[in-house]
Design a protein around this ligand. Sequence first.
Ligand SMILES: [Zn+2]
Length: 166
Amino acid sequence: MALLKSYRSPKTEIKKSLIDGNGLFAKTPINKGEIAVIRAGHIITDKELYKYRDVVDDSDLQILDNLYLAPLSKEEFNNIMTFVNHSCNPNLGLLGNIIFVAMHKIEAGQELLLDYAMFDNNKDQFACNCKSKNCRKIITGKDWMKKDLQKKYKNYFSSYLQEKIK
Ligand SMILES: [Zn+2]
């Protein structure tokens, strides 16, 4: 049986990130609007997320108030991980809930980055190391509520969060 796995464009490759761990990089230029990643995963509830936290780690992607996409075994983890790091100066945005598209042209060699505010809605927070001029330093699971980010990303928020912003 084929393993559950996310789609990563053949124009991308996984390499050591300057921000955190491994990252996803453009092997060749990626045009604005082009699909870079389609995220896979089991559809699980928050109860199941809690139960599988050791396996899921921080690789879950929330798609509704009580539904997440996540791997449920160590074997699936690396196939489902997208390796897209957070940056406060991202070049990817969301189309729907699970498709990551280029917000503008991405040159070969550049790391593919999302602002996690585009899809996160939780009580977590982490320190950002993206080194961009507009870095927020502390990223919270409620950053989607910030008016300046809502204005900056508009339709690039997940459709799940766009419904909440309306
Ligand atoms: Zn940052």
